[in-house]
Ligand binder design. Structure first.
Ligand SMILES: Cc1ncc(C[n+]2csc(CCOP(=O)(O)OP(=O)(O)O)c2C)c(N)n1
Ligand SMILES: [Mg+2]
Length: 330
């Protein structure tokens, strides 16, 4: 057994301009989707509770682009971006948020219970760290069947303080499972900063891999290309039979913990600074030096897609009360 923390440099090739542009499009689609959902929620049209991941789009897009369609993910309470990036059409997601039968969870789930087995999304989880043991099970199944597939779980810095996180990493490493643990480290757990819930500096959180002798791969979570290359390397390692990977991505949430959060706990200057310097969409747009009319056309295209999703959702079918217990297994 080794307790030495392993590190690696992300491998792979640099991306072409067209590939980066398609990443930009997807991140913008996620952003416009979540802005719209926030607007409709505030207008009282969406039931339940809502968390958006504005500022964290590069994690969803970069990681899911590196996964194969047959790979599976499990997500968190901040799940819209993961679901879009893994391939669920936005109209099915929007219909779910409106509680309609046409939704990806047939209207039974809402924002924190988005499932789509067709594209390998094993589901969002309202319970913090709830998806982590699930992907250990999926990875075990892939290993036992001899299938070249990986299972990945997204989770936050707060989730690394749960017993489930440690149990899951322990078993996955012991059994050398094809799993990727995607630590989406935004430095906050609700209103608690990392400095009050972690016994180590927030940027060192990847060190938790060392407790299990697990491979650690790290990247800047605001740079979608870096995330993609790191995730590719993580997938390759996980498939090689050498064991799972902790993929540590430093990111930042540019909005409140939930929609309506007054954010009295957060320094306004910190937020303004992050917004000005670490917005993953602005960073990629600047890097590509996209002309204004190109950007406007891209924006108009994704905005129209989101508007069409709202129209689809509003025209959807309400579930029948007598069907309330259908598809309920436990
Ligand atoms: C087991 C459990 N404990 C507490 C909560 C309440 N809760 C919801 S989100 C959250 C913070 C999670 O922080 P993190 O994992 O960093 O994710 P982030 O919200 O930053 O994306 C908490 C404590 C919960 N949903 N489940
Ligand atoms: Mg967090």
């Amino acid at each position: 057994m080794t307790t030495v923390e392993e590190r690696t440099e992300p491998g792979g090739r640099p991306l072409s301009r067209d590939e980066l542009r398609s990443f930009l499009r997807e991140m913008l689609l996620i952003r416009r989707f979540e802005e719209k959902v926030e607007e409709r929620f505030r207008a009282g049209e969406l039931p339940g509770f809502l968390h958006v991941a504005i500022g964290q789009e590069a994690v969803a897009t970069g990681v899911c682009a590196a996964l194969a369609r047959e790979d599976v993910i499990a997500s968190t309470h901040r799940a819209h971006g993961h679901a879009i990036a893994k391939g669920t059409p936005v109209e099915r997601l929007m219909a779910e948020l409106y509680g309609k039968v046409e939704g990806c969870s047939r209207g039974y789930g809402g924002s924190m219970h988005l499932y789509d087995l067709e594209v390998g999304n094993l589901g969002a989880n309202a319970v913090v760290a709830g998806g982590i043991p699930g992907i250990v099970g999926a990875a075990l199944a892939f290993q036992m069947r001899g299938e070249a597939r990986v299972a990945a779980a997204f989770f936050g810095d707060g989730a690394t303080n749960t017993g489930t996180f440690h149990e899951s990493l322990n078993l996955a490493q012991l059994w050398k499972l094809p799993a990727v643990f995607v630590l989406e480290n935004n430095g906050w757990a609700e209103s608690t900063p990392a400095s009050q819930h972690l016994p180590l500096p927030v940027e060192k959180l990847g060190k938790r891999a060392a407790a299990y002798g697990m491979k650690l791969i790290e990247a800047d979570g605001q740079d979608v290309e870096a995330v993609y290359l790191a995730a590719l390397a993580a997938r390759e390692h996980a498939l090689s039979g050498k064991g799972p990977v902790l993929l540590h991505l430093r990111t930042y949430r540019l909005t409140g913990h939930y929609v309506g959060d007054p954010q009295v706990y957060r320094d306004k200057e910190e937020l303004a600074r992050e917004r000005a310097t670490r917005d993953p969409i602005e960073l990629l747009k600047a890097r590509l030096e996209l002309p204004d009319d190109d950007w406007a056309a891209l924006d108009a295209e994704v905005t129209a897609e989101v508007e069409a999703a709202v129209a689809f959702a509003k025209a959807g079918t309400d579930p029948k009360p007598e069907d309330a217990l259908k598809y309920v297994y436990a």
